[in-house]
Design a protein around this ligand. Structure first.
Ligand code: GLN
Length: 390
């Protein structure tokens, strides 16, 4: 047999294990506190756990419809009407096994060989390889810390007649920033002017702080028919292991998305779909309590890091805080910091340059704060000692 490197597609042959899996694997091996990969360190909301257990016993455990059970597709529509004022219909919603599958399905359905796809950097490290595997060419627009703003000139400069698609992640992971109304309007105008489709990864839409608002790119003039909006029950409910998400588009685009999805995973576990449908119908007060819990953890980690001399960048969304190493007087690059912090201090983090497809700033690391108080306090104490040891 030929060598693996000749058999495996170059996109995968030349790829490393994702930073999230690598960091979590190392954290498990070393017994480190894992503030790397983003996940809450609890069982998840009891309402959804109970609903899933009930559904496992009482509902069918055989293949649900490929695009999702109608009850969940309807619940997604009702949720977005209530929370974002979006008017959607069931045939626009395709349920997927997590947002990562939605990204794959959308890219497979929309990218033609030779297409250029605009990506903002930093970005989820799944975007660029998926685009390449689909035969497209990722074209990057770099965002700069600390504000990570979107600039019209930089975006317009990379659009060519070959550009078919743009991928946006708002709110933005790892930065934890939220695009302004003006920035979104600018991106929407460029999409309309150049006839681009937008994949709008809005998985952090429900994780916002300090009164930050979320507006879907889909709601801007001319965007309803050219946007694929991606959402995640894993993020909304803090149930990342459920791998439950969806993609939403015009009925016409949704048909193509459904065809891509049907031959990636075909469908996702029905009990989890029933539970997510119940969860999405929880009252606004339930979501407000969820927000308050996340906000308290964010505040606790921020205060702890501030107190230990780390400079925390402004954020308004996501489960993450970013630290500016250079501004904190730490001379290490982000990868070296993360590598040494997990081995020497027992705390895992994500080096933000790993989320650049190419070269990015190397002085920012990301910490996840959706953890119990005692775990956050211990992580801060360890990081404080580590910092003094440098
Ligand atoms: N979005 C997650 C994070 O930023 C990672 C997703 C994954 O590991 N599949 O931590």
């Amino acid at each position: 047999m030929a060598r693996a490197g000749e058999v495996i597609h170059p996109v995968y042959a030349e790829m490393q294990t994702t930073v999230f899996e690598a960091m979590s694997g190392l954290a498990r091996e070393l017994g480190a506190i894992n503030l790397g990969q983003g996940f809450p360190d609890d069982q998840g909301p009891v309402e959804l756990i109970e609903a899933a257990a009930r559904a496992l016993r009482e509902k069918s455990n055989q293949y649900p419809p490929s695009a999702g059970i109608p009850e969940l597709r309807d619940a997604v529509c009702e949720f977005y009407l209530r929370r974002q004022g979006l008017a959607l219909s069931r045939e626009q919603v395709i349920v997927t096994s997590g947002a990562t599958e939605a990204i794959a399905g959308a890219v497979l359905a929309l990218v033609h060989p030779g297409d250029e796809v605009v990506l903002f950097q930093p970005a989820y490290d799944a975007y660029a390889p998926m685009v390449r595997r689909a035969g497209g060419l990722p074209v990057s627009v770099g965002l700069q810390p600390p504000a990570w703003r979107y600039e019209a000139e930089a975006l317009a400069a990379v659009i060519t007649p070959k550009t078919r698609l743009l991928m946006l992640n708002d709110p933005l992971n790892p930065a934890g920033t939220v695009a302004s109304e003006a920035e979104l309007a600018m991106i929407a105008q460029l999409c309309v002017a150049h006839d681009l489709i937008a994949i709008s990864d809005e998985v952090w839409e429900e994780v916002r702080f300090d009164g930050a608002a979320h507006r879907s790119l889909m709601s801007f003039p001319g965007m309803a028919e050219r946007t694929v909006k991606i959402g995640s029950a894993g993020k909304i409910f803090g149930l990342t292991g459920w791998k439950s998400g969806w993609m939403i588009a015009s009925p016409q685009l949704a048909l193509g998305l459904a065809r891509a999805h049907q031959f990636v995973t075909f469908t996702s576990p029905p009990a989890l779909q029933w539970a997510v449908a119940e969860g999405l119908a929880l009252p606004d007060a339930w979501f407000a309590a969820r927000d308050a819990g996340w906000a308290a953890s964010r505040e606790r980690l921020k205060r702890g890091l501030d107190g230990a001399g780390f400079v925390v960048l402004p954020n308004a969304a996501t489960w993450f805080l970013c630290v500016d190493l250079a501004a904190s007087g730490i001379g290490l690059g982000d990868r070296e910091f993360s590598e040494r912090a997990i081995r020497e201090a027992g705390v895992a983090s994500i080096p933000v340059s790993a989320l650049f497809d190419g070269v990015g700033p190397e002085h920012v690391v990301r910490f996840c704060f959706t953890k119990p108080d005692a775990m956050l306090d211990e992580a801060v104490a360890r990081l404080d000692r580590f910092r003094r040891s440098l």
